[in-house]
Design a protein around this ligand. Structure first.
Ligand SMILES: Cc1cc2nc3c(=O)[nH]c(=O)nc-3n(C[C@H](O)[C@H](O)[C@H](O)COP(=O)(O)OP(=O)(O)OC[C@H]3O[C@@H](n4cnc5c(N)ncnc54)[C@H](O)[C@@H]3O)c2cc1C
Length: 349
C-alpha cells in the first residue's frame, strides 16, 4: 500500500501548481491523474490580461496576481528548461469614437497597464477605422506544454500515477482514506476541473460550466507584434499562424467543435481584419466555471479529509499561481482562506 499525506486528483493547471507548491515545501504528496486531451488545460488559449474590457477597470486583485504569475511560470521554465510563458503586449482594438473613453481609462488606476493609445494604427491586416490601446503586461501560457512537461517530471520523481479515480473505490477509515485498495492518504485534494460535477461530495459547489471553442489560423497579412484583442483574442504563434478564441456557451456543455462556433469566431475576426485567413484546426473544451466566477478552495464542511482546488473558470492562468500558494498554506499550515474563495460558501443553507 502506498502511503501519502496529500493525494491530489487531477494534473491540469490546478493540480500541477498545487503539487509544485507542496513540493517546494518538502511536503509528502502524490498526484493521480487520468490524462485527457479534452481537459481544459489541454485546449485552453492560456491568455491573460490585467484589465476588464467591459468596465475598463483593473482586474480584481491584479496587483496580487501579477507577481505570483511571473514568479510561478518563470520558476516552471527554469525547472524544465523550456519556454511556455510568453509575455506579449496586447493591442485592444476599438472604433475611433471610443478614444475619449479610453483616455479616461488611461487617466484612472487602470492607466498603469495602458502603455499607449493610438488613434490610428497603420498595422497590416487591420481595418483603418480602428484605433487601439496597448496593454502591458499581458501574454499567454502554453498550459498544455507546461502540464505535459511537469507530468514527465512528476513521473520521473515517482510523484504521479496515471490512473482514473473511481469515486466508488474510496474507503474512509479512521486514520485516512484508501483509494483503489492501493493508496492511503491523509487528505485528498480534488483538482478535477469540469469533471468535478460528477464528484459526489463537491458536485453542488456552485459549478456553472461553460464551453469554449478555439481555432488556429494561418494569415500572412497579420503582424505578430501584439496579441490582438477585440471580442476575440488572436495569439501570435509564429510562422504566420495565430490562435483565435474563444466562444462562451452555457447551453451545449460538450467537447465537440461545432460549425456554429467556428462561424462565430470567423465573424468576430472579420469585424476588424481586412486580410484573408485560413483555418488550420478547431477544437473545444469545458471551462470549470463557478456561478460567482471565483475559485473554489478548502475542505468539505463535513468530510474534512476531502478538499478542493478548482473553479479557475476562464482565468486559470491568472488565478492559479496565487491561489495554489494559498491552498498549500491552508493544507500545510492551517492558514485561513478568504470567504470569497472558500468552498464553504456553497454549503451554507
Ligand atoms: C476553450 C477554452 C479556452 C480557455 N482559454 C483560457 C485563456 O485564454 N486564459 C485562461 O487563463 N484560461 C483559459 N481557459 C480556462 C483554463 O483552461 C482553466 O481555467 C484551467 O485549465 C483549469 O485547470 P484545472 O486543472 O482546474 O482543470 P483541467 O485542466 O480540466 O484538469 C483536470 C485534470 O483532472 C483529471 N481528472 C478529472 N477527473 C479525474 C478522475 N476521476 N481521476 C483522475 N483524474 C481526473 C482530468 O483528466 C484532467 O487531467 C480556457 C478554457 C477553455 C475550455
Amino acid at each position: 500500500m502506498r502511503k501519502t499525506k496529500f493525494l491530489i486528483i487531477g494534473q491540469g493547471l490546478a493540480g500541477t501548481l498545487l503539487a509544485t507548491e507542496l513540493w517546494k515545501q518538502n511536503a509528502d504528496f502524490l498526484v493521480l491523474d487520468n490524462p485527457s486531451p479534452e481537459a481544459a488545460s489541454q485546449v485552453a488559449g492560456g491568455a491573460f490580461i490585467p484589465i476588464v474590457f467591459r468596465t475598463l477597470k483593473k482586474a480584481e486583485m491584479i496587483d496580487d496576481y501579477l507577481p505570483a504569475l511571473k514568479n510561478t511560470y518563470g520558476f516552471f521554465e527554469n525547472l524544465t528548461g523550456s519556454r511556455f510563458f510568453h509575455l506579449v503586449p496586447s493591442l485592444k482594438l476599438f472604433p475611433k469614437d471610443d478614444i475619449p473613453k479610453w483616455q479616461q481609462a488611461k487617466d484612472s488606476a487602470a492607466g498603469t497597464f495602458i502603455t499607449d493609445l493610438k488613434e490610428s494604427l497603420n498595422l497590416p491586416g487591420i481595418k483603418p477605422e480602428f484605433g487601439g490601446a496597448v496593454i502591458e503586461p499581458s501574454g499567454w501560457v502554453d498550459i498544455k506544454m507546461l502540464t505535459a512537461l511537469m507530468g514527465e517530471w512528476f513521473l520521473e520523481n515517482n510523484l504521479l500515477i496515471q490512473e482514473k479515480l473511481d469515486y466508488s473505490m474510496i474507503e474512509f477509515e479512521k486514520d485516512g482514506v484508501v483509494i483503489n485498495s492501493s493508496i492511503r492518504a491523509e487528505k485528498i485534494i480534488f483538482c478535477e476541473g469540469a469533471s468535478a460535477i460528477k464528484n459526489p461530495w463537491f458536485k453542488n459547489a456552485g459549478f456553472s460550466l461553460n464551453k469554449g471553442e478555439i481555432i488556429d489560423i494561418e494569415a500572412s497579412g497579420i503582424s505578430d507584434e501584439y496579441i490582438l484583442r477585440s471580442e476575440v483574442f488572436v495569439l501570435p504563434l509564429g510562422k504566420k499562424t495565430f490562435r483565435v478564441g474563444a466562444t462562451y456557451d452555457r447551453n451545449n456543455i460538450d467537447n465537440n467543435p461545432s460549425p456554429a462556433g467556428k462561424q462565430q469566431l470567423l465573424q468576430k475576426l472579420q469585424y476588424f481584419l481586412d486580410t484573408p485567413v485560413s483555418v488550420r484546426s478547431h477544437w473545444a473544451g469545458i471551462r470549470p466555471s463557478v456561478k460567482d466566477r471565483k475559485p473554489l478552495l478548502g475542505a468539505h464542511p463535513e468530510m474534512l479529509r476531502l478538499n478542493i482546488f478548482n473553479g479557475l473558470g476562464s482565468k486559470g492562468v491568472l488565478f492559479a499561481p496565487y491561489w495554489a500558494a494559498k491552498m498549500a498554506a491552508f493544507l500545510l499550515h492551517g492558514e485561513a482562506l478568504p470567504d470569497m474563495v472558500n468552498v464553504n460558501r456553497y454549503f451554507k443553507s
